[in-house]
Write a protein that binds this ligand. Structure first.
Ligand code: AHR
Length: 497
């Protein structure tokens, strides 16, 4: 065989945090309005929630959802979105030059999150607002009745506190496009003071400081170091955002996007650990990769071209088979950093560069990228294993020399294991031998694949199941060894019980 993978339950990376399978709902385009919420649509219930999107969210296996932005949050007043709908103001959203009706807000989101069985992860506005407004929001969301803002929540029909644990201290504050963009020193101080006050009010919250908007930012590395020097004590995580796409039709590099995610994560870990050492902290800051996906950024006309519409159609990329393989590879990278990446959010959940698509009056459907996410979320459980991989390499223009396969593996300790593999070669299959003797006895093995003779194939509203996972044969070599063949440009999952 071309590749040999050896797995042993004694060689581990870390526990897979269920929050790794998060997603993201922003007030942007048709993610909220026309996505999770569309009152009057035949597929919506009496609260306006689209039941088909809700069901697909559960099927996707999403565990946490970040809300309400994104760039949107940096000029957002959370108070606009609570209370009787008829009194909610219509505002201009400066991030996406759109009209925000505020018919959906914090309380509706938390209700939706509970129904979807996902943990809410709130982002606060640290662009145009500061400590006082963050505290108001936290009191409204999490405080027991008896003080003004908690009582306002009760008056709005929510007696019990929402008990939101995860809070993002702003969004992409390093980006010059952000409303209220800040220098690292300005943001680091604000994150420190906001976080300190929030933890005084509610010591159970977990706080995420903004890292870099992407690894190509000129300030990447120095931004994290400066920000964390200010707020290391008070925050729990630092964020990473990254979107991947092919450049100059270079599929070989695109299929190896996981290598770029690996390097980005390693860089942030090194920077956070540098501050830990330099400031003599004992606690470690872990990573929240709270925006990641494939995104064809050339399709976006730019904010200035947008013209104050309500829920315009924005960046509704129709993903291909190749995009799904890349998404599977990015999930492999996250799993292989289970020791330091505690949570991650695929951006976004519905319509906006999303695994789920919805059109009025038509059943929502699964994009190609839905399938590797759902497979990984369902089967990557327990402990991530450090796989020993012997594989040939391939040379890519963007990432240099990389192994032809990307591999991650997990095991539960009660006999359930899963191996995830991407064949990064666009036009050749790869034969793989898996040595699993040290994972326990193998009763059954299944090989699930995403690949297609047409790598550009997509799912559409009229042909929603054009691309679905298929199963392939697994050859038993002897008691602890399996052999599989990975088709060209494919995502593969081998589940073993
Ligand atoms: O997900 C789309 C946008 O990408 C988000 O609003 C922003 O945070 C990022 O730049």
């Amino acid at each position: 065989s071309d590749v040999r993978v050896v797995l042993d339950s004694r060689f581990t990376i870390g526990e897979v945090d269920r929050r790794l399978f998060g997603s993201f709902v922003e007030h942007m385009g048709r993610c909220v309005y026309g996505g999770i919420y569309e009152p009057g649509d035949p597929l919506a219930d009496e609260t306006g929630v689209r039941k088909d999107v809700l069901a697909l969210t559960e099927e996707l296996g999403v565990t946490a959802v970040r809300y309400p932005g994104g760039n949107f949050v940096s000029n957002y007043r959370w108070e606009d979105g609570v209370g009787p709908r008829e009194h909610r103001p219509v505002r201009r959203d400066l991030a996406w030059r759109s009209i925000e009706t505020n018919q959906f807000g914090l309380d509706e989101f938390v209700d939706w999150a509970r129904r979807a069985h996902v943990e809410p992860m709130m982002a606060i506005n640290l662009g145009t607002r500061g400590v006082a407004e963050a505290l108001d929001l936290l009191e409204y969301a999490n405080s027991a009745p008896g003080t003004a803002l908690a009582d306002l929540r009760v008056a709005h029909g929510h007696r019990d506190p929402h008990d939101v644990r995860l809070w993002c201290l702003g969004n992409e504050m390093d980006g010059p496009w952000q409303m209220g963009h800040k220098t690292a020193d300005e943001y680091g101080r604000l994150a420190q003071e906001t976080g300190r006050a929030m933890k005084r009010l509610d010591p159970t919250v977990e706080l995420v400081a903004c890292g870099s908007s992407n690894a190509e930012m000129p300030t990447f590395g120095s931004w994290e170091a400066t920000v964390l020097r200010h707020c290391y004590d008070v925050v729990d995580y630092v964020s990473l955002h990254a979107y991947y796409e092919p450049h100059d039709d270079d599929v070989r590099s695109f299929l190896a996007s996981g290598a770029s995610m690996d390097r980005f994560i390693d860089g942030v870990v090194a920077t956070a650990d540098h501050v830990r050492v330099a400031q003599k902290h004992s606690k470690r800051i872990n990573l929240s990769f709270d925006e990641w996906n494939v995104w064809y950024q050339g399709d976006f006309p730019g904010e200035d071209a947008l013209d104050w519409e309500v829920a315009p159609r924005l960046i509704e990329n129709a993903f291909t088979v190749t995009d799904a393989v890349v998404v599977g590879g990015l999930l492999i990278s996250l799993l292989n950093h289970s020791d330091r990446v505690s949570m991650a959010c695929q951006a976004q959940l519905v319509n906006i560069i999303a695994p789920i698509r919805a059109e009025s009056g038509r059943p929502a459907w699964r994009q190609t990228v839905f399938h590797p996410f759902a497979g990984t979320a369902a089967n990557a459980r327990g402990t991530a294993l450090r796989a020993a991989v012997e594989a040939p390499t391939t040379v890519t223009a963007e990432h240099g020399t990389v192994p032809v396969v990307d591999v991650a593996a997990t095991t539960t300790g009660d006999g359930r294991s899963a191996v995830f593999l991407v064949n990064r070669r666009p036009d050749e299959p790869i034969s793989v031998e898996l040595e699993l003797a040290h994972l326990g006895a193998i009763a059954a093995a299944e090989h699930t694949v995403i690949s297609d003779a047409d790598p550009q194939a997509r799912n559409t509203v009229d042909e929603p199941d054009r691309v679905v996972p298929t199963t392939r044969e697994v050859t038993r070599l002897d008691a602890g060894r399996l052999a599989v063949t990975l088709p060209p440009a494919s995502w593969n999952m081998i589940t073993v019980t």
